[in-house]
Design a protein around this ligand. Structure first.
Ligand SMILES: CC(C)(COP(=O)(O)OP(=O)(O)OC[C@H]1O[C@@H](n2cnc3c(N)ncnc32)[C@H](O)[C@@H]1OP(=O)(O)O)[C@@H](O)C(=O)NCCC(=O)NCCSC(=O)C[C@H](O)C(=O)O
Ligand SMILES: [Mg+2]
Length: 267
């Protein structure tokens, strides 16, 4: 949320997001940058239930040094750096907190593998608004013109064990479109969605979390797999489709990530 909206910042403590990003960049007008920086420092002084990151202004802007210094001094959990276009920018910062690099320019997409490989990078965040502008794409609810770039972000992050986060969805009054985009992002391989409004948090959590149904399917697959292994087979079928070791591993990961609502074990 914008650093110059103290009410939204306070609200963010209770919304159920996995992490919070306080923005000093594009959501804050130039004349409010200094006040926003102070708000953010103030907000970081009190404890938060989730990690708090600050999106600082980018390298080469008039605010970059003060933003980074203020956030680091205040004990931020990580920095989000916008419009990252090369790995050198990241390594030269010598940060002592994890860095989340926004990939939102054509050069950023082309350099995504090197950026992801840079030490200290925790994840890559797709920035669809800046990308769409830079690529001169036309609006498309299916994000067709952006798919190549979005997949490049996922590929680079996954290749280096970083977390790929999907871009924001601008229409905060369109829950159906938001849910479809979450499902698409998950199918593309993103690990989560960046959100801009309280109304988007629940749907993002539902889309990226493990449902009771997912957990039940994973348990059933593992039962079929264990039976096949007990018979000395290393391939089996589950509901008519081939399963191998990687499917069993995936099912175990699903169960490990599942939080049963009632505290019971696997279904
Ligand atoms: C998008 C908004 C401008 C909409 O604002 P508004 O119309 O005021 O929303 P509501 O009236 O529905 O607000 C309802 C209540 O919720 C609180 N609220 C609103 N947004 C947030 C938020 N992000 N976090 C916490 N709380 C929020 C309001 O205060 C209302 O509460 P109450 O006063 O009790 O009634 C607005 O949602 C907004 O500013 N969102 C964040 C925008 C932002 O952060 N932008 C930067 C990230 S976008 C990005 O990264 C793009 C990327 O770089 C790219 O290139 O793609
Ligand atoms: Mg942007």
């Amino acid at each position: 949320m914008p650093g110059d909206k103290p009410r939204a910042i306070e609200k963010a403590r209770t919304l159920g997001a996995d992490a919070v990003i306080l923005d000093l960049e594009d959501a804050v007008a130039p004349e409010h940058k200094a006040a926003a920086r102070e708000n953010v420092q103030e907000a970081l002084r009190s404890p938060w239930p989730v990690p708090v990151l600050v999106r600082v202004n980018g390298v080469g802007t008039p605010w970059e040094h003060e933003d980074r210094e203020a956030a680091l001094l205040a004990g931020v959990d990580g920095l989000v750096l916008p419009k990252v276009e090369d790995a050198q920018t990241v390594t030269e910062l010598h940060l002592r907190v994890p860095l989340w690099a926004m990939i939102e320019t054509p050069l950023g997409v082309l350099a995504a593998p090197r950026i992801a490989a840079a030490p200290g990078v925790a994840g890559l965040i797709a920035g669809a608004n800046d990308l769409a502008r830079a690529l001169r794409t036309r609006p498309d609810p299916e994000r067709g013109p952006l798919l190549h770039a979005l997949s490049a972000v996922v590929l680079a992050a996954r290749a280096y064990g970083r977390v790929p986060l999907d871009a924001v969805y601008n229409d905060v009054r369109d829950p159906g479109g938001f849910a479809r985009e979450c499902a698409q992002g998950r199918a593309l391989g993103f690990a989560g969605k960046t959100v801009i409004h309280p109304g988007q948090v629940g749907a993002a959590n539902a889309a990226y979390g493990v449902s009771e149904e997912d957990a039940r399917e994973a348990s059933a697959l593992l039962a079929a797999w264990d039976e096949a292994r007990a018979q000395g087979r290393s391939v089996a079928t589950f509901r008519g489709a081939l399963i191998e070791t990687m499917h069993a591993l995936e099912a175990r990961e699903t169960l490990a990530a599942w939080t049963p609502a009632d505290g019971r074990g696997a279904p």
